[in-house]
Design a protein around this ligand. Sequence first.
Ligand code: DC
Length: 223
Amino acid sequence: MIVAIDGPAGAGKSTIARLLADRFGWTYLDTGAMYRAVTLLALEQGISLDDGEELGFLARNAEISFQPGPAGVPRVFAGCREVTESIRTPEVTSSVSEVSAHPEVRAIMVEKQRQCMDMGNAVVDGRDIGTVVCPGAELKIYLTASVAERARRRRLEVEKKGVRVSQKRMEQDIVARDDFDSNRLVAPLKAAADAVVVDTTDLDIGEVVERITEIAERVGVPG
Ligand code: DC
């Protein structure tokens, strides 16, 4: 069984997907981390971000993997090098939308994501899980929140790492990334027709997990 959690940046997808996977005893797959890892490698190797062919080649050869990490947050590896922290820098964040818009990159990533899902029950978060990667998912959630709230969450997240960004600047970044992810030609960010939309603007993490668990129970997940 697959639970797909799609939605824009800062909606809380990764936290919620991780907690749900924990509750169900399932695997959690963070597909954004996979696009981030390819982006990190591209930046390190000086590959032009508009060279879809070269980026596709890089994606095919990138050995991206996950291992259980502290507090349930998966550790991310490229080959045998841990990249858990380095895929979340502002440089990677500001380049990942461009890299992930290339059809050559997406084709490889979707193939790898489906291979991971073939291994068993999983909660998978991303932008196109319910629409493209796994249209047959038993449950599809589209998680969203207002731009101001999403920017506030992201700001607090980066502040914990010692980076100060104004609310206004963060809102501009979020709007730009939403715009890029929603308007690309291949697999744009959008809710699947059969997704349940959950607006988390006024909900805390526990409330979101409870709400989705109730929805899941209604459709017989985890079964
Ligand atoms: O969820 P995130 O912020 O870590 O995702 C990083 C970027 O990766 C996001 O801007 C769009 C892209 N992405 C995608 O295109 N498709 C996915 N399934 C997951 C992420």
